[in-house]
Write a protein that binds this ligand. Structure first.
Ligand SMILES: *[C@@H]1O[C@H](CO)[C@@H](O)[C@H](O)[C@H]1NC(C)=O
Ligand SMILES: *[C@@H]1O[C@H](CO)[C@@H](O)[C@H](O)[C@H]1NC(C)=O
Ligand SMILES: *[C@@H]1O[C@H](CO)[C@@H](O)[C@H](O)[C@H]1NC(C)=O
Ligand SMILES: *[C@@H]1O[C@H](CO)[C@@H](O)[C@H](O)[C@H]1NC(C)=O
Ligand SMILES: *[C@@H]1O[C@H](CO)[C@@H](O)[C@H](O)[C@H]1NC(C)=O
Ligand SMILES: *[C@@H]1O[C@H](CO)[C@@H](O)[C@H](O)[C@H]1NC(C)=O
Length: 444
């Protein structure tokens, strides 16, 4: 009860109140407790951050009337950095400026309202945070050490994607940012948040480690005939020790996508609807570049109306007789120690799609120039449910470019049926069939 009100430093920041320690309520809203998040049932075997408690709150009052709240959110993040909580308890905050929050250190965000990005296509094209990899660019960036962002089941981040999907319908080069960027985050949790309608991917996680996502709810919905574009749930890059669990994703592209140098990642107890799959890759796209994806467990996933459920896509080497711009295969590296355990399928074109001939539809050429990115120690087990009609009676495809670069690929207890009720068939090429327990291999 002895909370102290510190006068805001600048008049322009009158919408921020900083209350030390005991304060729990502000303008009739009460702060939430930071949830305790534990990896379950599996973990990566590596340590996660044990955050100390925070000792002060910075409450941001939404300006309302269509005004941009981003300056106030930035100022609150600075004021409550190093041991505080930024409390966003009002119904709606608008974000009309690119927010660089990579300076964070021992700080929490208690989000109970909606953070909505203002859909100014030209502004974001000029001001989003740009990364070199695959043109990734984001509207907000979070980074730093020991950061917990929690939505307590009601906090929402809304990308206003409709504007970009509508724009895309007439101009497919429209510049579409990813929504949330996590860059250089060392130790953090994201939980109880709803995310909706990103213009492009939901989140781009780069150069980060020791992060847990729990109880997230990712949704896309269009108000007209223009469908959401490339709405990947998570894309990880140059990142280590990440868990995504107890989450629900309803989107139109990969549920989780492992890009180069993603290691020690456990994705468990999630439900994906509409997606292209739990997708490793594509990898090996750039000639001479080394890509690594290692130590991944995908456990207990429900996949509904998906293109592929378990997916690994790797480029072959390049055909020296064909002009190549250096960006369509020939990469080196390794996909190693990957386990898909427990996939419950309600309609998937492919329950398993493993290809080492990505971007090269001619199998003769793929086999003549096998991939330099080796795939080793992969297990697909405990799959059940029904595939889609698309390739009936085929339900899975495992196509390597050569058995020498595709080793120890195992299957066990694969019980996915085609809708026709015929015996399931599985395409198996250039890999040792002795490890493919329970598959009914066909050549094509
Ligand atoms: C399409 O969008 C791109 C990227 O903003 C822009 O450079 C180009 O001029 C647009 N094309 C048309 C026809 O509007
Ligand atoms: C997924 O989103 C689509 C489009 O908005 C909607 O029709 C469908 O009911 C949703 N499914 C689930 C499981 O949320
Ligand atoms: C990925 O890791 C490998 C091996 O450590 C390294 O050679 C390569 O440069 C890394 N790639 C990127 C994009 O950082
Ligand atoms: C699998 O995940 C679902 C949530 O998607 C959960 O309800 C269920 O208990 C999990 N089952 C196991 C065996 O962990
Ligand atoms: C394989 O990956 C899993 C999941 O990250 C990990 O628990 C296990 O220790 C890894 N195995 C080896 C031999 O590194
Ligand atoms: C695949 O490539 C081989 C070798 O270049 C060629 O002979 C064959 O016709 C190609 N097949 C198809 C279906 O294009």
């Amino acid at each position: 009860m002895f909370s102290k009100l510190i006068a805001p430093a600048f008049a322009v920041l009158a919408a921020i109140s900083i209350l030390v320690d005991a304060a729990r309520t502000h303008n009739g809203h009460t702060t939430a407790d930071r949830p305790k998040i534990v990896p379950f049932p599996y973990t990566t075997g590596k340590k996660f951050y044990d955050s100390p408690r925070r000792t002060r709150h910075c409450f941001v009052d939404a300006l309302g009337n269509g005004q941009d709240d981003s300056d106030n959110i930035l100022a609150a993040a600075k004021s409550c950095n190093n041991g505080g909580t930024i409390a966003l308890l009002d119904d709606l905050y608008l974000i009309g400026k690119a927010l660089d929050l990579t300076f964070l250190n021992h700080v929490d965000f208690d989000i109970q309202g909606t953070l909505k990005f203002i859909p100014d296509v030209a502004y974001w094209e000029a001001n989003s945070f740009k990364f070199t990899f695959q043109g990734a660019n984001t509207m907000i960036l979070f980074g730093g050490e020991d950061i917990n962002i929690f939505g307590s089941g009601k906090g929402t981040i809304d990308g206003s994607g409709q504007t970009w999907w509508d724009g895309y319908a007439t101009n497919s080069s429209i510049y579409r940012p990813m929504m949330v960027g996590v860059s250089g985050m060392k130790g953090g949790t994201w939980s109880g948040l709803k995310m909706q309608n990103p213009p492009n991917w939901f989140q781009w996680v780069t150069d980060s480690n020791d992060i847990i996502y729990d109880n997230m709810n990712l949704q896309v919905f269009s108000m007209n005939k223009n469908s959401p574009k490339n709405t990947d749930g998570w894309d990880s890059y140059r990142s280590d020790n990440i868990i995504v669990q107890n989450s629900v994703v309803n989107n139109t592209d990969d549920c989780f996508s492992w890009k180069p140098n993603s290691t020690n990642i456990v994705v468990q107890n999630n439900q994906c609807t509409g997606s292209h799959g739990m997708s490793i890759g594509s990898l090996g796209q750039y000639q001479g570049v080394y890509d690594l994806v290692e130590n991944v467990l995908i456990y207990n996933t429900t996949m509904t109306n998906v293109g592929s459920a378990a997916r690994i896509k790797v480029y072959p080497d390049v055909n020296p007789n064909v002009p190549n711009n250096g960006a369509s295969g020939g990469g080196i590296g390794m996909v190693n120690n990957i386990t898909y355990d427990g996939m419950h399928i309600n309609s998937a074109d492919w329950a398993i799609e493993l290809t080492q001939c990505y971007g090269q539809s001619n199998q003769t050429i793929c086999s003549a120039y096998p991939s330099k990115l080796v795939i080793t120690d992969v297990m697909f087990k405990n799959f059940d449910g029904v595939a889609s009609k698309k390739y009936d009676p085929k339900v899975a495809t495992l196509v390597c470019s050569s058995p020498l670069v595709c080793q120890c690929i195992h299957t066990k207890n694969i019980n996915v049926k085609p809708p026709s009720g015929k015996p399931a068939q599985h395409v198996c090429k250039n890999l040792y069939r002795g490890f493919l327990e329970g598959l009914n291999c066909v050549d094509s």
